[in-house]
Every structure is written in structure tokens, then in C-alpha cells.
Ligand binder design. Structure first.
Ligand code: RNT
Ligand code: ZN
Length: 413
């Protein structure tokens, strides 16, 4: 008996079908974020730091400094992640000799990404970039009191929607265009309502043109606070929850954008009653929105479990959002993305019918016994089988691969 066959039998004892779990996992795409590869710098000719309260810390060697390098790193990462996935691009990752400002970008500036995605069988998602720009230095963009600045960012947003739609056309899979703005105030503002009214009006203008949902989906992402905007974030959770419901957009929940003791997994079933589709930015906040690489910790396991038990996989887009510059950036992608998949696999391997029955019978003892006993089942053998079937390494082979690749990029200037 192979380790997998033995593990399969252990799970079968509890009426859990490992083959069904493996088949289900193989169909779940994860949208990997391009910005882990270069510390959210991008390829605009003029760049500074990311700004807007988001920051990669660390200076590990090997940061990708060109689209070619980033794609090479991505190729490596995808080759060590089982399954077929997506890439989430930001507008600052354009690939061109031209120097368009944010309100001048066009689809052709991203054509190389589309060609690459096509050749790799990868779907694309997209984001307007409302930070790292002189017109965002006040930490105000779509809600800026200056109409000219608002119009500049509205135009940027409109262009990203058009670009995302064309990406969706080219790849035959809708691109999510996710809107996150850094807008907020360091100290207590006098007129929160005015700022929110301006943000709402700008979003309305930006989203005025309707796109076929087969091409592009609009998503909106809330936040609690950022460095420099401690007192008020204009696009708060309540703001965007209401906006998404009234305007039928996708709602993005970033795990780092809530109070540290809030359970973001718990929000899924609540918001799913009011919005059709959810976008996740799976992240690991440590004390604040620190964007650490995700671990197989309770927060991630709970998130995956909710997606499975609340039957939300069909209308949730799983994206990642972390960036750590103190470690190998490619290893961060590979380990973080695999951790999301491992969490999903663990959820798919739970005896859900028995757990539900115990809960319905108010038999919380059985529920506890089952969840805790299941933690000891040979999950690793099932995961390994998944990787073997997809020709992706595990264990020491993975460890060696990650090191070898990092050694190869460490000499980059
Ligand atoms: C910022 C948001 C946002 C960004 C990316 C780069 O706090 O989480 O999603 O991380 O757009
Ligand atoms: Zn995010």
C-alpha cells in the first residue's frame, strides 16, 4: 500500500472521499498577486515608494526589476504550484517603452502580459493603481477636494476597466478589476460625509459604463486604516458593503483590513446574502495590515472551511495579497499559494455531513471531537498525492528547487 492509499483508507473510515477532494481542489484557481515579486514597485519609468500606507519591508537579493525578470520568476513559481491559476496585475506593471501617465494607459501597454498569460494558460486580473504617484501624495485620490485631481483618477479607473475587459476578451475569462484607494486622514477630519460623498460620486463616474460580466467584473476593497491615515479611511467596510450592494459590484474582503481580533471568515456568509460575488485578498496581518506571507494558521483554515461549508466556492474569487521582502520572493509566492490550497484541501477533507448533523442536534461534543480528531489524520499524504499527480515537487525536492532558483536570481543588480 502506498502512503496515499493508506491515507485514503483512513479518511474513508469517516466516509470522506479523498478522490472527490482532490478533484475539487484541482478546479479552484488562485489569483496570485504580481506585486510579491518586486515589493510593489512596478515598471513605470518614474517610481517612488508604494505609499498610501502599504509598504514592503526588507531587502532580500533578487527583486525583479523588469517585466522579463518578473515573468521568469512567475514561471518558476507557477511550475512549483499544483493546478492552474491566475495572475493579478496592477496598472503600474505596464510593459512598454512609452511613458504614459496613469490617465493615459491603454491595453497595448499590457499586451506582453496577455501574450504571456495566453501561452501559459493563466487568467489575468487587474487593478487600477491609486498610489505611488504625485497626485496621490495627499493620500486622497477619488475623494480629493480638488475636482481636477478627482478627474485624473476617474480617468485612470475608467482606463483600467477597459484594459481589464480586453484582457478578459483575449483570455476568455473575466478579469476582475479591483478598486482600492488609499484615501483617508491622519487626524480626525471635520467632514467625513463630504469625503465619502466625493468618493461615491467618483466611483459612480468611473463605473458609469457597464461591461459584460463575461469580460470584466468590478470589485471594491475596503480598509480599516493605514500608516498616515489612522483617523479615517474614506472607503471603510461599511462604505463599500453598501456601495457593492447598491451597485452590484463584487465585494473584496482583505484579511488585513479589519480590527485584528475580527474573524474575516465569519463575514463571508453574512455578506454573501447581499452580494453575488466576493473577492478575497488572503493575507496575514500581524498587529496591523502587515501583509505577511500566509501560513496554514487558524484564520486561513477557517476561511477555507467557510468557503466549503457555506458553499461559496462558486462565487468567491480567491486572490492573495502579501508582500515580504525579507525572504526569497519566489519562495514566498510558492509557499503562500500552496498554503491557500492546503487550507482548501483540509476543508474539503472534513466530514462535513457528520459535523453538520452534530451541530443541528446541538451535539457540540461530537462536533469538537470530530474537528480535533481530524487534525491528526494523514493529510500530508493526500497533499503529496495531489502534487505528484500534477508533477509538482514536495518536501526536500521543493526545498532544493526554491533554493536553487533563489541562488540564480540573487546576483541581480
Ligand atoms: C492595500 C490593499 C491593496 C494592495 C494592492 C497592492 O492595503 O490591500 O489590495 O495591497 O492593491
Ligand atoms: Zn488587498
Amino acid at each position: 500500500m502506498t502512503p496515499y492509499e493508506s491515507a485514503k483508507a483512513h479518511f474513508a473510515d469517516w466516509n470522506v472521499d479523498t478522490e472527490a477532494a482532490l478533484a475539487a481542489l484541482a478546479t479552484i484557481p488562485i489569483s496570485m498577486h504580481c506585486w510579491q515579486g518586486d515589493d510593489v514597485v512596478g515598471f513605470e519609468k518614474q517610481t517612488g515608494t508604494s505609499g498610501g500606507g502599504i509598504q514592503a519591508t526588507g531587502n532580500h537579493p533578487g527583486r525583479a526589476t523588469s517585466p522579463e525578470q518578473l515573468r521568469a520568476d512567475l514561471d518558476f513559481a507557477y511550475s512549483r504550484i499544483p493546478g492552474s491559476h491566475r495572475l493579478n496585475l496592477h496598472a503600474i506593471y505596464l510593459d512598454t517603452d512609452e511613458t504614459p501617465d496613469r490617465d493615459e494607459i491603454e491595453f497595448h501597454h499590457f499586451a506582453s502580459w496577455v501574450d504571456w498569460a495566453k501561452s501559459q494558460g493563466i487568467g489575468l486580473d487587474f487593478n487600477p493603481t491609486f498610489f505611488a504617484h504625485a497626485k496621490a501624495d495627499d493620500n486622497l485620490t477619488l475623494s480629493h477636494p480638488d475636482q481636477g485631481i478627482r478627474e485624473f483618477w476617474i480617468e485612470h479607473g475608467k482606463r483600467t476597466r477597459e484594459i481589464a475587459a480586453q484582457m478578459g476578451d483575449a483570455l476568455g475569462s473575466p478579469a476582475i478589476n479591483n478598486i482600492w484607494v488609499p484615501d483617508g486622514y491622519k487626524d480626525n477630519p471635520i467632514d467625513r460625509m463630504a469625503a465619502r460623498a466625493r468618493l461615491e460620486a467618483s466611483l459612480d463616474a468611473m463605473l458609469e459604463t457597464k461591461f459584460d460580466k463575461k469580460r470584466m467584473l468590478d470589485a471594491v476593497e475596503s480598509k480599516l486604516f493605514g500608516i498616515g491615515v489612522e483617523a479615517c479611511t474614506v472607503g471603510s467596510h461599511e462604505f463599500y458593503l453598501g456601495y457593492a450592494i447598491r451597485n452590484s459590484t463584487v465585494l473584496c474582503l482583505d484579511m488585513g483590513h479589519f480590527h485584528p481580533t475580527e474573524n474575516v471568515a465569519d463575514k463571508l456568509s453574512s455578506v454573501a446574502l447581499s452580494v453575488d460575488e466576493i473577492l478575497l485578498h488572503v493575507s496575514r496581518p500581524m498587529r496591523w495590515d502587515s501583509d505577511h506571507v500566509i501560513l496554514q494558521n487558524d484564520d486561513i483554515l477557517m476561511m477555507a472551511q467557510e468557503l466549503v461549508t457555506s458553499d461559496l466556492l462558486g462565487r468567491t474569487h480567491i486572490g492573495l495579497d502579501f508582500f515580504d521582502a525579507t525572504i526569497s520572493r519566489t519562495a514566498a509566492w510558492v509557499i503562500g499559494t500552496r498554503n491557500m490550497q492546503k487550507a482548501l484541501l483540509r476543508a474539503l477533507l472534513l466530514p462535513i455531513a457528520d459535523l453538520r448533523q452534530a451541530e443541528d442536534n446541538l451535539d457540540f461534543t461530537s462536533r469538537l471531537v470530530l474537528t480535533e480528531e481530524f487534525k491528526d489524520l494523514p493529510f500530508g499524504a493526500i497533499w503529496r498525492e495531489f502534487c505528484d499527480r500534477q508533477n509538482v515537487p514536495t518536501g526536500q525536492a521543493l526545498f532544493a528547487d526554491l533554493q536553487t532558483y533563489q541562488n540564480g536570481v540573487s546576483a541581480r543588480a
